[in-house]
Design a protein around this ligand. Structure first.
Ligand code: NAD
Length: 292
């Protein structure tokens, strides 16, 4: 079977052009959407993500600022910064770049971000709204997955979807999103995780597999059925002898699985660009909500 690639870039571009009109409407009201990213320490992957987010905001004439904090920042000082940003009316979105250093528990801080500025959608109020079927900010990667499926006209209604990974960032919210009676929902979804026994007994039945684990080659050819659709959310660095010293792969053993899948998102170039575009979308939404 020849697979169709679910490329994220053209979908993200389409959404950026839709966003331009909303940015202009806000500009006419004297508002420029602004995101502040809090970056703690020197995690190289986090730095790359944060810089690519900032670049996209600049391209769209929106504002973004990176608040860099020392690896050893105290809980008190981080809470103080969040409080300042919560009270700054020129800041519409606040993003705490994860993972945090070991001495800080992300739950202590995500719940302190003003839920109206929580563009990652990780605040308990926003998770609760999503789980109740009345979402405000939907986490960026799950929303990006929905938008990519919609763009490629993949209907999920009544389909059997297997989500692998149960994080608050991807696995749990996407399970909720796809199973609810939304316009783009109504799928039957199973959430698998590190304690699932015999993962392939689920994946073999799946019409759609969404893997968000962070393990290269977790999903192999003999674990999927012919014609299945695969969204590979995983990002894994593999060291090599290239100038960069590494390359990026997903959770799926792409060369073997591509033979069976009808659609598959590549890594890189699949879900990654969608995540960034949905962050911009959520920041514009936060700016719009600030006017109401
Ligand atoms: P995480 O790292 O917090 O947790 C991983 C999850 O995988 C856990 O819930 C665990 O139960 C599950 N798991 C571990 N081993 C497993 C196994 N053998 N079988 C089944 N499940 C297993 O999750 P996360 O933060 O959602 O990140 C997952 C991956 O997605 C990472 O590679 C991350 O870099 C990537 N990611 C990509 C994007 C993007 O934009 N493409 C966004 C967010 C995360």
């Amino acid at each position: 079977m020849s697979s169709n690639l679910l490329l994220g870039k053209p979908v993200a571009e389409k959404h950026y052009s839709l966003m331009k009109k909303r940015i202009l409407e806000l500009k006419n009201k004297g508002i420029v959407p602004k995101l502040v990213v809090i970056l703690i320490g020197n995690n190289p992957a986090s730095r790359i993500y944060v810089n690519s987010k900032a670049k996209m905001f600049k391209n769209l004439n929106c504002l973004s600022e990176i608040k860099k904090l020392d690896e050893r920042v105290s809980k008190k000082n981080l809470l103080k910064l969040i409080e300042e940003l919560n009270n700054n009316k020129n800041v519409h979105g606040i993003l705490l770049q994860l993972p945090l250093p070991k001495h800080l528990d992300s739950n202590d801080f995500l719940s302190k971000i003003n839920p109206m500025k929580d563009v990652d959608g990780f605040h308990p109020e926003n998770s609760g709204l999503l789980f109740q079927g009345n979402p405000r900010f939907i986490p960026c990667t799950p929303l990006g997955c929905v938008k990519i499926l919609e763009h490629y006209k993949i209907d999920i209604k009544s389909k059997y979807i297997v989500v692998i990974g149960r994080s608050n960032i991807v696995g749990k919210p996407i399970t909720s999103l796809l199973s609810q009676p939304f316009k783009f929902g109504n799928a039957t979804v199973t959430l698998c995780h590190s304690h699932t026994t015999n993962l392939s007994s689920y994946t073999k039945l799946a019409d759609i597999i969404i893997s968000a684990v962070g393990k290269p080659s977790l999903i192999k050819n003999d674990m999927v059925k012919n014609g299945c659709i695969i969204l590979d959310v995983g990002i894994n660095r593999i060291n090599d002898s290239s100038d960069k010293g590494y390359h990026i792969v997903g959770d799926v053993d792409f060369p073997s699985v591509v033979e069976k899948a009808s659609y598959i998102s590549p890594v890189p170039g699949g879900i990654g660009p969608m995540t960034i575009s949905m962050l911009v979308h959520n920041t514009i939404l936060a700016a719009e909500l600030s006017t109401k």
